[in-house]
Design a protein around this ligand. Sequence first.
Ligand SMILES: Nc1ncnc2c1ncn2[C@@H]1O[C@H](COP(=O)(O)OP(=O)(O)OP(=O)(O)O)[C@@H](O)[C@H]1O
Length: 222
Amino acid sequence: MTVLVTTGVYKSFGNHEVLKGIDFRVAPGEFAAIFAPSGSGKTTLLNILATVLKPDKGDVRINGKSVLKISENELNALRRDYIGYAHQSCKMVNSLTLADNLALPLLIKGAPKSESVRAANEIAGKLGLTSRLGKYPFQLSFGERKRAVIAMALCKKPRLAIIDEPTANLDDSNGRVVLELLDEFRKGNDAAVVVATHDERVREYADRVYFLHEGGLHADAE
Ligand SMILES: Nc1ncnc2c1ncn2[C@@H]1O[C@H](COP(=O)(O)OP(=O)(O)OP(=O)(O)O)[C@@H](O)[C@H]1O
């Protein structure tokens, strides 16, 4: 049983072939780490896994269905209910407080307001953001925004969480808090977690480690 499977995924921009036949899979409860040097196509790959970018060739199957063959409505439902994606750009809604940003994914999923607020408060507590809940995104540090977008990705309890550089912009101790939370999340929810990272500490948590190099995804030889 798998949450996500890609087969033979290719992606080019102009004549620059960035991904050259990516085969990847992740199962429920599994933590997969992709080590990727800057410019190797990490964001391109994560965007494809999260369904926000289409490959030129190959297939991406999520929850048993090819995301290239389902309707736009089904795709939106998949993104809303099944996938939590923390993109490296740390996008938040600038006109909403941190508390409202955190509650938003659950409200969009259709959860009652009380449940959304409770879940937002809970995850803010776990990530040391409680004192920042009333602040707007522009009032947050890079590290706080990083933790906020991870919280937004996880608070709706997706079956598939895709987190770009979970520990970037974080000090050692906050980085460790985030990695522990991701580990607890996948174990507690039988969810698949996929991260792209440069942080060697991620190896302690990952079931599978890959390298993205020259357009190919290679399993760790260790
Ligand atoms: N929309 C686009 N149009 C043209 N070229 C693009 C586009 N998106 C990415 N690229 C190119 O594809 C290559 C891989 O980009 P990508 O953003 O996936 O790299 P990355 O590994 O995430 O890098 P970084 O870690 O520095 O963000 C780069 O050479 C980039 O310039």
